[in-house]
Design a binder for this molecule. Sequence first.
Ligand code: GLP
Length: 260
Amino acid sequence: MEVVIDRSETLAALAADAIEALVTRRSDAVLGLATGSTPSAVYDELVRRHAEEGLSFAGVRGFLLDEYVGLPEGHPEAYRTVIERELVSRLDLPTESVLGPDGRAEDLAAACTGYEQAIADAGGIDLQILGIGTDGHVAFNEPGSSLASRTRIKTLTEQTRRDNARFFDDEVDAVPQHVLTQGLGTIMAARHLVLLAMGRSKAEAVHQLVEGPISAMWPATILQMHPHVTVLVDGGAASRLQLAAYYRETWQSKPDWQPL
Ligand SMILES: N[C@@H]1[C@@H](O)[C@H](O)[C@@H](COP(=O)(O)O)O[C@@H]1O
């Protein structure tokens, strides 16, 4: 697990560098896309590189991490709508090349199985962008999630619904109670995980993720078992890391030939 502590703009550029290197190497790369406010700066940077430097996503495919259950099609806070608005519509990435779990399906279990199959058919995810919840969830794998889980329906905690109420006019009751989410096992199958976290509200979750014991109580801790994880955190999110000085030194002395 590589931990980089820096300013948020620098971290967004680093994440964009990793994506640029991938899509330049493989024009049909498969990206795992996260929603939430944290990845927005990365997406803005990709859009800038597309507009100003001609970085193309025409052959890329994308998979969303998760989706609310029951929001009507086109709801502004449905993750499929959010990713279309924030990223897909601003790139040369065809809308149909990006899939998300179908939170409006009549048979939700079948939608989850079908989603796992679609990821497998695409050859798996090359690079997965991740955020982290204040309770240590990744995607919508709340505390108590099976560390080997696959895409399935989950119930949100009160904490997550409160955290996400800001997207629903601050009405906690407007945040759906149920979601479909890639499981921790699904996420662990991606070849490179790039997790971003900003601000002090994430400090405890980041400490657990990097330095805590692996536990379903802090679902993100399973990432410690992945061979290629990059954790990009600002000073606030890094404020509880016990080995922060070591991570900084490691990053500063990283050889040029070693990619992210
Ligand atoms: N399902 C999403 C997660 O994928 C995201 O990582 C988390 C943190 O969001 P933010 O980046 O807005 O803090 O929120 C939501 O619950």
